[in-house]
Design a protein around this ligand. Structure first.
Ligand code: APR
Length: 236
């Protein structure tokens, strides 16, 4: 009988790769063709807002055209059937977890389907483009930016994430290179909390040595297998 009651899952771009969305650090990755400083920093946005808006307009269109894969859907099933708490922390800005059935999802790096007005601070669900400088539906000012956490900005809901990890019995990292903090440090927090730690990834990550167990392979195979195993072992 499993003693696992609280699970924290961290996902990265790798879980959406098989849905056709590019990752960041592969050879054909997003950062190969778009220097981070230009498109993913507040300074880059101040320097060339049009370039940045176009970069995220393109990613927004790609997300809308993509479909969740078996990994997203199996995490949705886990949330629905697991008799305990599941917090899904994603670094991804797509909505494939939600479309795959996940409900308790926390986007620590923001969401590309959300626009943030710098004048009135209101966030809006946004599926169109931002390159044409549309007016904010709340205050009417043309001052909306992608609701994305850029390098140098504070990721969202960090207190909630650390509180959940402190209570976790199991921490699972899926499809992330472990290249970017604070997310890359979550496994060490989980180890300090005494949680079991599992990594599901296509290749060993920068943080693999911190995990109790690493399974290598595509998320669309590893995640459903792991969910099946966990649900079979957990109390009904
Ligand atoms: N299944 C499982 N893992 C995969 C798959 C797949 N099909 N394809 C790729 N991966 C793995 C890669 O091996 C790699 O370890 O996913 C990881 C993707 O790593 P990155 O491209 O660095 O993406 P991520 O870890 O999400 O980046 C973290 O960096 O630039 C910032 O804000 C950006 O949120 C992003 C953060």
């Amino acid at each position: 009988m499993s003693s696992i009651r609280n699970i924290v899952i961290l996902t990265g771009a790798g879980i959406s790769a098989e849905s056709g969305l590019k990752t960041f650090r592969a050879e054909d990755g997003l950062w190969e063709n778009h220097p981070v400083e230009q498109v993913a920093t507040p300074e880059g946005f101040a320097r060339d807002p049009d370039l940045v808006q176009r970069f995220y307009d393109e990613r927004r269109a790609n997300v809308l055209a993509a479909q969740p894969n078996a990994a997203h859907e199996s995490l949705g099933r886990l949330e629905a059937e697991f008799d305990g708490e599941v917090l899904l922390v994603t670094q991804n800005i797509d909505d494939l977890h939600e479309r795959g059935g996940a409900r308790n999802t926390l986007h620590m790096h923001g969401e590309v389907l959300s626009a943030w007005c710098r004048a009135c601070d209101v966030r809006h669900k946004w599926e169109g483009t931002l390159r044409d400088g549309p007016d904010c539906p709340a205050c009417g000012k043309a001052s909306m930016r992608p609701d994305i956490v850029w390098f140098g900005e504070m990721p969202y809901q960090m207190d909630r994430i650390f509180a959940a990890i402190a209570q976790a019995d199991l921490f699972v990292s899926i499809g992330t290179s472990g290249a970017v903090y604070p997310a890359a440090g979550f496994v060490q927090e989980a180890n300090r909390a005494g949680a079991r730690t599992l990594e599901l990834n296509l290749e060993r990550s920068a943080g693999s040595h911190f995990f109790d167990e690493t399974r290598l392979g595509p998320a669309s195979e590893l995640v459903p297998e792991w969910v099946e195993e966990l649900l079979a072992d957990s109390p009904t």
